[in-house]
Design a protein around this ligand. Structure first.
Ligand SMILES: [Zn+2]
Length: 256
């Protein structure tokens, strides 16, 4: 595995559009160089328009959608057609997202993070305005994926600053990100919020630190009259899943 995209240049001869070239180069790189973070199997490229997925693991069938950019990813990522995306999320069939940033000046892959599919919920899908009646695909409605509210534990680093992360580290992080698949979607909303708040606190934090966000949570969940109990319950769930450690003396520790 290396981070060189230039060896795939023969595949883009004849293409004019820069975005198309980038897509072809990074897809070819991903299928040659990335392993399935779940089982270590090879990733194969799916035919274009294979529902929402671009790559699939030959061994376990996990699916992935590749998003490539030459600039850093922002808070929101351009998604596919809105209804298809929502249906896929509800049905638990939405692929994980491979977020790849490359350097166009020397054609190298700089950053690859994989967002585990279990952390993509309906709350993170934002509908866009349908295309106007003058557009070629009139009425077509896209969506945006809001990624800034997703806890960082959901993202598995594969390449950082042009350096490839060792496979055992990738697979261990994937396993942690995968652990919330055991919870129903309805139970994930609160957990995500509590984990996201924990990321704003020192690595070791107390219940009191968490309670400082009671007001914010009460605004988000006005019907809940016992926010503190809910926080304790969610920390308990997070501990059970191995997403947070309890270090004694009323202190918790984030694992990332
Ligand atoms: Zn696999």
């Amino acid at each position: 595995m290396d981070v060189d995209l230039s060896k795939y240049l023969t595949k883009v001869a004849g293409y004019k559009s820069a975005s198309q070239k980038a897509r072809i180069l990074t897809e070819a790189w991903a299928s040659d160089n990335l392993e399935c973070p779940s089982c270590g199997g090879a990733l194969i490229l799916l035919p274009p328009n294979s529902r929402a997925s671009d790559l699939q693991c030959r061994s376990c069938g996990e699916t992935y959608q590749l998003k490539s950019r030459s600039k850093p990813f922002g808070k929101k990522i351009l998604g596919a057609e809105y209804n298809t995306t929502i249906q896929a999320v509800r049905g638990g069939s939405h692929p994980s997202l491979i977020l790849l940033r490359y350097d166009p000046s020397n054609l190298t892959v700089q950053q690859v993070r994989i967002l585990h599919r279990s952390w993509i919920t309906e709350q993170s899908i934002i509908p866009r305005c349908p295309l106007s009646s003058q557009a070629r695909r009139a009425g077509w409605q896209g969506c945006l994926l809001s990624i800034d509210a997703i806890p960082s534990i959901a993202f598995v680093d594969v390449v950082q600053d042009g350096v490839i992360i060792p496979t055992p580290t990738i697979q261990a992080k994937w396993k942690i990100a995968h652990s919330i698949s055991a919870l129903s979607f309805a139970k994930r909303g609160w957990l995500f919020l509590v984990l996201r708040i924990a990321e704003l606190l020192p690595r070791e934090f107390s219940l009191q630190d968490m309670y400082a966000y009671e007001g914010l949570l009460a605004k988000l969940y006005p019907a809940n009259k016992n926010i503190r109990a809910k926080i304790r319950q969610q920390l308990q769930i997070a501990r059970g899943l191995g997403l947070i450690q309890f270090v004694g003396q009323g202190l918790y520790r984030r694992i990332s």
